[in-house]
Design a protein around this ligand. Structure first.
Ligand code: SF4
Length: 238
């Protein structure tokens, strides 16, 4: 059956399914999409804990599934090293970044613009260059206030399916999966970080909101970089 955008009662699934059922559901979502899109199904791997789960699930579906990583000049050293190790292990992961000139400390003055140039634009490039028909993300609806309204299968950009196969997982279940399947993660988690991004915009926070440590002190606090909220067509004018 073709992969179809559908409105699902996501909240009832979050508490209605147990861990093993969620793993099965996620695998099925990726499998069905891969059967339809083949090589045009591509995983967006942010190298965060959620992406590590999605990437591992995708590899269980097919070793051939490709992915892309968006990196920036501001990523922490630990993340850069983890990226090198990950790409060495999975050469089917392509790395995209932008070397565009930007104002010094743009992340303080205009973080939305900074994210648009350094994260969203390379995502558009990745989707175009890799001829993506379905991109797979590690979005979870329990992550914070900005992530409650997503669906498992979406079409935010015309002709581009977005698959969020672990949308209904709790943070606890992410760590459960990573431990049970012994999936390596970024060492920054051991220091207390719960959500990882660029160094100047990522802090350790004890706030219950998982993303509360992102963009502290700016209008973007606890928010989004834009790859899940901005148009992704390659010819979009930023
Ligand atoms: S997370 Fe911060 S440094 Fe990274 S692109 Fe966004 S604003 Fe710029």
């Amino acid at each position: 059956m073709p992969v179809q955008v559908a409105q699902v009662d996501v909240k009832s699934l979050v508490d209605g399914l147990n861990f093993a059922e969620k793993v099965d559901r996620s695998l099925n979502l990726i499998r069905e999409a891969y059967e339809e899109f083949g090589d045009r199904l591509v995983v967006a791997n942010s190298l965060g804990k959620d992406s590590c789960v999605v990437w591992d699930l995708a590899k269980r579906v097919s070793a051939n599934i490709r992915g892309f990583i968006i990196t920036t000049r501001y990523k922490p050293q630990e993340t850069k090293q983890f990226m090198r190790e990950t790409v060495e292990r999975y050469p089917e992961l392509r790395v995209f970044s932008s070397e565009v000139e930007i104002a010094d400390r743009l992340y303080e003055t205009e973080p939305d613009r900074c994210c648009d140039l350094l994260k969203v634009e390379p995502t558009r490039q990745a989707i175009a260059e890799m001829n993506v028909g379905c991109w797979v993300t590690g979005l979870r609806c329990t992550e914070g206030r900005t992530r409650t309204d997503f669906q498992e299968i979406e079409e935010r950009d015309p002709g581009l399916i977005k698959l969020n196969p672990i949308l209904i997982w709790y943070e606890r279940e992410i760590w459960q999966y990573l431990a049970l399947y012994q999936v390596p993660v970024n060492p920054l988690y051991a220091l207390g970080y719960r959500s990882l991004g660029c160094a100047p915009c990522t802090h350790i926070s004890s706030d219950p909101d998982e993303r509360a440590g992102r963009w502290i002190g700016t209008s973007k606090c606890g928010g989004e970089c834009g790859i899940h909220t901005r148009p992704l067509q390659a010819d979009y004018q930023i």
